[in-house]
Design a protein around this ligand. Sequence first.
Ligand code: TXA
Ligand code: MG
Length: 323
Amino acid sequence: MIEILSAGPDGIARAATLLRDGRLVAFGTETVYGLGADATNSAAVAAIFAAKGRPRFNPLICHYPVAAAAWEDTIPTALAHALAAAFWPGPLTMVLPRRAGSAVALLTGAGLETLAVRVPANRSARLLLAAANRPIAAPSANLSGQVSPTSAAHVLAGLRDRLAAVVDTGPSEVGVESTVLDLSGATPVLLRPGGATLEALEAIAGPILRAGPPDDPLAPRSPGQLASHYAPALPVRLDATAALPDEALLAFGPPCPGAGTVFQLSERSDLAEAAARLFEGLRWLDSEGHRLGARAIAAMPIPPHGLGLAIDDRLRRAAAPRV
Ligand code: TXA
Ligand code: MG
């Protein structure tokens, strides 16, 4: 039986004990809910891959309560220090050279020479990470290929029978995953757009290279960048300027013509509100939209700046041919 824990002191203490015992515990962060395990325990990390049904080659992010703890496992550059000061705690993941002697299991980083690290902003998550007192590996707490969870209920819908516990920290405020920035080479490379905007990052880092198309098999810089990674069950059509009779609409701003069943991301075209509601909307259209007769999802265009870059990226994956 999965334990559903509150974010109070007792729930946090219980969750930390379970993590230290090598069990799987899902917990909320400001981006999405994570499926956590002790990153130094390879059996616990293997259990993450098993629970998600996730391909083995996909490296995981290590989570820490403070930047100083992240530097025990990685070698930060001057830029990494500057970005940590500006963005942590918050939705930025940095890929850095792994420090020799780090206790993080090789399986966590899929055997790479680099490690992805982040300090999440959610207060309860940081209390849990501090109580666990070790790096916690955590991919999004969903079955592989499904939409990321932004509430404890979403986690339970996909993984109820596969976890020791979930800590209910309320809805994830940002709603899309962290931005993944590779700082292990000469120039910073954006591996995944996310909650920290490219504009804000470039204000500190200078120009940032964009990784190749996510489905380019010759350049798998970030193995998690599989094209069809965020897939609802219904097919998704992008950049809709009108809805067809059998389509449910994912609206951004005033709904376009033809709309019947609508999930509104943001009536006032606010990108932060839309990001926070994105995965909720895809889930709702999949279940309620489908129940009401929709056979596909039409998504209205999202402006490709700020958080719109991350929203647009997730929608493109949701629409990509299924692998
Ligand atoms: O917001 C988030 O980042 C959430 C919450 C739970 O923190 N976590 C998350 O983890 O989205 P996951 O495992 O779904 O995505 C991790 C991404 C993948 O695209 C993976 O390929 C990339 O980070 N990644 C991890 N380690 C890497 C490394 N050493 N080099 C390049 N990419 C790496
Ligand atoms: Mg994921």
